[in-house]
Design a protein around this ligand. Structure first.
Ligand SMILES: *Cc1c(COP(=O)(O)O)cnc(C)c1O
Length: 403
């Protein structure tokens, strides 16, 4: 098979991370070279860096439709999620409110932070999702109590790509006076994000998910939202995040975000066509099923389960064929537990183990999609041909779960 594109492979793991754009790299270079001052320094070298930082903050804010004072730069999506949740929890605690609502399919940056708070005595409600992977605003409304200090619902899921009704949930939270955070790491740069229209108080994003650099992100916090600092030290980020700012990374992220937002509609259209072609191609394989809603879905997300297949084996053999894919999220790969997201949408353990996630970018070509379909078909066929479980299924000893 012809091997093309990034890393010498057909890169279909853009939900794990993306290739940096040339625009982002070029925006960073001067700040790794000549403009190296510390933005907190009062001399001219420092002030040049400070001006760049202010400019980046203003541009990121413009992309989200907020004020620059509402943006705090962080080390990435995980830190932004942690800070949003911990801040709301500390604020709630001071008022005697120790109930938090979230969903069963959040990223571990959210779920593990909530687990930590639960050990401290917070009551955590994780809303179940439908078989399509969706929560409703009604579910949130019913779960809110006078003790609720935070609702945190992700905008788009990193494994199955489902897009939640964030604006509706936000409207309910605002009406009930409860803080609302959304992990928008998979959404920003891929679907329109306007913090006003979404009715959110806090929103997390990460540079490397939209062709920016790794290790940098941002937390939007609507003015007057009580933010507390996770890292103690200097007064950077208006006292909300200590530590000398990563100016090159912030510059790269701002440039990547502007580029992603400018090209959003065009790219989304193009990627959606390829995504649907990929789904149609893979659905020709017998006994497989798509995970997540087909309508309320990120343009670049494909996720399926194949009966009688071990996701990890599939992934490794695909890599041999030059296709970079994922069996779920990068964070759960390496562990033997099936994905909490696939279990939450009701996939039985043995089916959840046979999952494959392919995530596209605007650089993905039709040729790559065709090659990927062929590679997956061949590999699934091969793995089934040597599987005792598959033999039991085809001889009728065991019943198929996926018809
Ligand atoms: C990648 C991701 C994160 C973590 O972001 P990092 O910048 O890698 O820390 C959080 N939430 C979601 C939904 C993600 O996809």
């Amino acid at each position: 098979m012809e091997s093309i594109a990034q890393n010498g492979c057909i890169y279909l793991d853009n939900a794990a991370t993306t290739k940096m754009s040339k625009t982002a790299i070029n925006a960073m270079l001067p700040y790794m070279d000549e403009i190296y001052g510390n933005p907190s320094s009062l001399h001219s070298a420092g002030q040049r860096a400070a001006e760049a930082l202010a400019d980046a903050r203003q541009r990121v804010a413009a992309c989200l439709g907020c004020g620059e004072r509402e943006i705090t730069f962080t080390s990435g999506g995980s830190e932004a999620d942690n800070q949003a949740i911990i801040s709301a929890a500390r604020f709630g605690e001071r008022k005697g409110k120790k109930h938090i609502i979230s969903t069963a399919i959040e990223h571990h940056a959210v779920l593990h932070t909530l687990r930590k708070l639960e050990k401290e005595g917070f009551l955590i409600t994780l809303l179940p999702v439908s078989e399509e992977g969706l929560v409703t605003a009604e579910q949130v409304a019913e779960a809110i109590t006078p003790d609720t200090c935070l609702v945190s619902v992700m905008y788009a899921n990193n494994e199955i790509g489902t897009i939640q009704p964030i604006a509706e949930i936000g409207a309910i939270c605002r009406e009930r006076g409860v803080l609302f955070h959304t992990d928008a790491v998979q959404a920003v740069g891929h679907v329109p994000v306007d913090v006003e229209a979404l009715n959110v108080d806090m929103l997390s994003l990460s540079g490397h998910k939209f062709h920016g650099p790794k290790g940098v992100g941002a937390l939007y916090a609507r003015s007057k939202t009580p933010l507390s600092s996770l890292i103690e030290g200097g007064a950077q980020e208006r006292g909300k995040r200590a530590g000398t700012e990563n100016v090159p990374a912030v510059m790269g992220m701002a440039a990547a975000l502007e580029e992603a937002c400018e090209g959003l509609e065009r790219n989304a259209k193009k990627i959606t066509v390829l995504r649907d072609k990929l789904i149609d191609g893979l659905l020709q394989i017998p006994h497989c099923i798509v995970n997540g809603s087909l309508e309320k879905r990120l343009p670049g997300n494909v996720n399926l389960c194949f009966e009688g297949i071990e996701g990890e084996s599939l992934l490794l053999l695909l890599d041999d064929k030059g296709v970079c894919a994922s069996s779920g999220s990068a964070c759960t790969s390496g562990s033997l537990d099936p994905s909490h997201v696939l279990l939450a949408i009701g996939r039985p353990h043995e089916i959840a183990h046979g999952s494959l996630r392919l995530t596209l970018s605007e650089e993905t070509t039709e040729k790559e999609i065709d090659a990927a379909v062929t590679a997956v078909k061949e590999t699934v066929e091969y793995l089934r041909s040597i599987s005792p479980v598959w033999r039991d299924l085809v001889t009728g000893k065991q019943e198929f779960v996926i018809k």
